[in-house]
Design a binder for this molecule. Structure first.
Ligand code: PLP
Length: 436
């Protein structure tokens, strides 16, 4: 079966030409520009279930799912109805609503290691605020970050490893002062020796260690459980707060995220993406004594005009209510594993140096030919195979995020039939990429 049908891009091309006169690169978030795959971004008109349609009416099975938030797919009836019902009573008050309590109860009742939350409007904002809280609580300025983890675009976290053996970070974006970057210590993932050396060096000066316990923003760099367990021990021993940034893994690999998946309790956690049901929501949480630092209870200031927005809360409540149903994650994982193993066994039989790396309902296209990639610098920077793969999949009605460093997501709306179709397209495209 040949699934190829070249897609028409005329309308997207016109819109992209216009949008470039309005926004840098034509977009409001850089990866959307299709720069790394050298194409024209598709302007999306609508989504329903696991499908999206662009302005030229091409239809795609969507594995980007808005970069993770849409674990129920597009337009899920319960999310849709709850949002519409809420919106009928107004869109924002800047005053408390019962919806905030309801979403908090859903989250807190299943995450025993945190007592309180604060809602924000994005993951970046949640992480940035929680970092301030960690510094306020410990009275320490330095933070540890791991190379290959993404924590949003706040200054302190747009930092990469410095040259040589120094752990002081260097800014990874223009406009981030070196003074700020120098307070971030950057360590390789999965490296206990580097971690021990760092904490010995900066004793009593490190406020927190922030990590994506399932690093999924720069490939899928699955860590050894032993590394995360040891990180927990070292943090406890040194009075360093362990900060799990679960903006992508939270409610994705399990309802209680990587903390549940690995059975490790962080001191601080951040959420985003899925908790907003497709609307802008982030959150940070911790035990009572840490959260007591936050204004108006404590001296760490943090606020938001649209924080806890009722419409966004409604979407989150509806979505998490579905996720909390028994068997939700089992069935999502089962489907994903069926999809992933179909493609992986095909690639293995043909000896292609390719595999889908996977956890839960996340998958990543790895062209590295070897199984366990656990550090950022182990990823082959040559993305030419991905580029072909991305284009050929689009031509077959399969939409992936336009970057080889990004992961894909299976949603509850993907049926076995959709996944079988997509798997066939993947296999055809693998033959094109690897030439037989
Ligand atoms: C997406 C993401 C962020 C940033 O969230 P935004 O809502 O894009 O600001 C932070 N941390 C992690 C782990 C993420 O995946």
């Amino acid at each position: 079966m040949e699934t190829k049908q070249i897609i028409q891009r005329t309308t997207s091309e016109v819109l992209f030409k216009q949008s470039k006169t309005y926004f840098p690169g034509g977009v409001n978030s850089p990866v959307r520009a299709f720069k790394s795959v050298e194409g024209t971004p598709l302007f999306i008109k609508k989504g329903d279930g696991c499908r999206i349609w662009d302005e030229d009416n091409n239809e795609f099975i969507d594995f980007c799912c808005s970069w993770g938030p849409l674990i129920l797919g597009h337009n899920h009836p319960s999310v849709y109805h709850k949002v519409v019902e809420t919106l009928q009573n107004g869109s924002s008050f800047g005053a408390p609503t019962r919806l905030e309590n309801e979403l908090a109860e859903l989250i807190l009742s299943r995450n025993p290691f945190i007592d309180k939350l604060r809602f924000t409007s994005s993951g970046t904002e949640a992480v940035m605020s929680a970092l301030r809280m960690a510094r306020g609580y410990t009275g320490r300025d330095l933070i540890i970050k791991f190379e290959g983890c993404y924590h949003g675009h706040s200054d302190a976290l747009l930092v990469k490893a410095g040259s040589g053996l120094v752990t002081f970070g260097e800014s990874s974006s223009a406009g981030v002062p070196e003074k700020v970057a120098n307070d971030t210590l950057v360590l390789p993932l999965n490296d206990l020796d580097a971690l021990e050396a760092c904490v010995a060096n900066y004793k009593n000066a490190i406020a927190c260690a922030i990590i994506e316990p399932i690093p999924a923003n720069n490939g899928l760099l699955l860590q050894d459980k032993a590394f995360l367990t040891k990180l927990r021990e070292i943090c406890t021993r040194e009075g360093i707060l362990l900060f799990f940034d679960e903006v992508i893994s939270g409610f994705r690999v399990a309802f209680s995220g990587a903390a549940e998946y690995y059975g490790i309790s962080p001191d601080i956690v951040t959420y985003g993406k899925i908790i907003g049901g497709g609307l802008p929501v982030g959150a940070y949480g911790a035990r009572n004594e840490i959260m007591a630092m936050i204004s108006p209870d404590g001296p760490v200031y943090q606020a938001g005009t649209l924080s806890g927005n009722p419409v966004a809360m409604a979407a989150g409540i509806a979505q998490l209510t579905e996720c909390a149903k028994p068997g939700f994650y089992d069935s999502l994982e089962e489907k994903t594993s069926y999809f992933v193993s179909a493609i992986n066994s095909y690639a293995e039989n043909k000896n292609y140096p390719f595999e889908l790396v996977t956890v839960g309902s996340i998958f990543w296209l790895s062209f590295n030919g070897k199984k366990r990639i656990q550090k950022a610098d182990q990823i082959d920077p040559d993305m030419s195979h991905f580029k072909v793969m991305h284009r050929e999949l689009l031509d077959r009605g399969v939409y992936l995020g336009p970057s080889g460093y990004e992961v894909g997501f299976v949603s509850a709306a993907h049926t076995e039939k959709d996944l079988a179709f997509a798997a066939t397209a993947f296999c055809e495209v693998l033959d094109i990429v690897f030439g037989n």
